[in-house]
Design a protein around this ligand. Structure first.
Ligand SMILES: C[S@@+](CC[C@H](N)C(=O)[O-])C[C@H]1O[C@@H](n2cnc3c(N)ncnc32)[C@H](O)[C@@H]1O
Length: 264
C-alpha cells in the first residue's frame, strides 16, 4: 500500500469527522461511556492518562475529573474547541494534541492508562494502532477500549449506510472488527498484555419521532451526511432513509465491546 493512499484515507476521515456537528452527536449518545470506562479502569489522581482518538474528550474529561493528568490526541483538531468548552464546563483542563493513532507523537512508556471510546476503532490499520497503544503504556499500565459491536444497533446502522457508500478503501480493516473479542485477542496476542472483555450498551438517543432522529443524524453526523449527499445524487436516498427510519423506530440500545487490558 502506498503512503499516498494511506494519507488520502486519513485526510478523508478527518474531513468526515470535522463536518456536521460531531460534538452534538457525542453528547446525544456517547457521553455516558466515558464515565463508565474511567470508573472500570479505576483511574486515580495523578495518573497520566491518554484519551486516544479523543474527539471532544469523552473519556479524557471524566479522567481529568477523577484527578488524572490527561492528554487527548485526535486526527481531527477541528473538534478541540468544542472539547475545550466541554472541559471548561466540567472545570478541568486537558492537553489537546493533533496526532494519528497509528503514529502517536509520544515517547515509549509515557502513560499509566490509555482510554479510547469509539475512537481507535476508526484508524485503518488495527495492528499498527494496537502496537502504538501498547508502546506508549508503561509496564503494568492499563488500557480500556470501547468499540461498537457489529451485532448492536449502532453497528447495524453503520453497516446499513455503509452499503450506500463507495466500497471502503483497500487500506486497513473495517472499524467494527474492534467489536469482536476474537479479532481483538488476535491483535494483541503478541504484544505482552492480558485482556478481559465485557459487553455493555448505551440507550438509544431520545427523539420525538424516527423522522426527527433521521433529520438530526443526517445533518450532524459526517459519514451519514456523505451517504445522504451521494444517495440524493443517484436517487437511492428514499430507500436509505426508509431503512434508517425503520432502525430508529426499533429504538434498540447500542451495544459495544469493552476491552480492559494490562501491559505485563
Ligand atoms: C466516533 S468519534 C469518537 C470521539 C470520542 N472518543 C468520543 O467518544 O466522543 C471517532 C474519533 O476518532 C478520530 N480518529 C479517526 N481516525 C483516527 C486516527 N487515525 N488517529 C486518531 N484519531 C482518529 C476521529 O477524528 C474522531 O474524533
Amino acid at each position: 500500500m502506498s503512503v499516498t493512499e494511506l494519507e488520502q484515507v486519513k485526510q478523508m476521515a478527518r474531513r468526515s469527522w470535522a463536518c456536521g456537528d460531531f460534538p452534538a452527536i457525542a453528547r446525544m449518545q456517547l457521553w455516558p461511556v466515558g464515565a463508565r470506562i474511567v470508573e472500570r479502569m479505576a483511574v486515580a489522581p495523578g495518573e497520566r492518562v491518554l484519551d486516544l482518538a479523543c474527539g471532544t474528550g469523552n473519556a479524557g474529561i471524566r479522567a481529568a475529573e477523577a484527578g488524572a493528568e490527561v492528554v487527548g490526541v485526535d486526527l481531527t483538531p477541528e473538534l478541540f474547541d468544542a472539547g475545550r468548552a466541554e472541559a471548561a464546563e466540567a472545570g478541568v483542563e486537558l492537553e489537546w494534541v493533533e496526532g494519528d493513532a497509528e503514529d502517536l507523537p509520544f515517547a515509549d512508556e509515557s502513560f499509566d492508562v490509555v482510554l479510547s471510546t469509539f475512537g481507535c476503532m476508526f484508524a485503518p490499520r488495527h495492528d499498527v494502532t494496537a502496537s502504538e497503544l501498547v508502546r506508549v503504556l508503561r509496564p503494568g499500565g492499563r488500557f480500556g477500549i470501547c468499540s461498537w459491536t457489529p451485532e448492536g444497533a449502532v453497528g447495524q446502522s453503520f453497516q446499513t449506510f455503509g452499503r450506500y457508500l463507495p466500497p471502503p478503501p483497500k487500506v486497513g480493516q473495517p472499524p467494527l472488527l474492534w467489536g469482536s473479542e476474537q479479532h481483538v485477542s488476535e491483535l494483541f496476542s503478541e504484544l505482552g498484555v492480558d485482556l478481559e472483555f465485557a459487553r455493555e450498551t448505551v440507550a438509544p438517543p431520545q427523539f420525538g419521532s424516527a423522522d426527527e432522529a433521521v433529520e438530526f443524524t443526517v445533518t450532524k453526523f459526517g459519514p451519514l451526511m456523505m451517504a445522504k449527499r451521494l444517495t440524493t445524487e443517484d436517487g437511492r436516498w428514499p430507500q436509505l432513509r426508509a431503512e434508517l427510519v425503520a432502525q430508529f423506530e426499533r429504538a434498540e440500545p447500542g451495544e459495544y465491546l469493552v476491552v480492559a487490558g494490562r501491559k505485563r
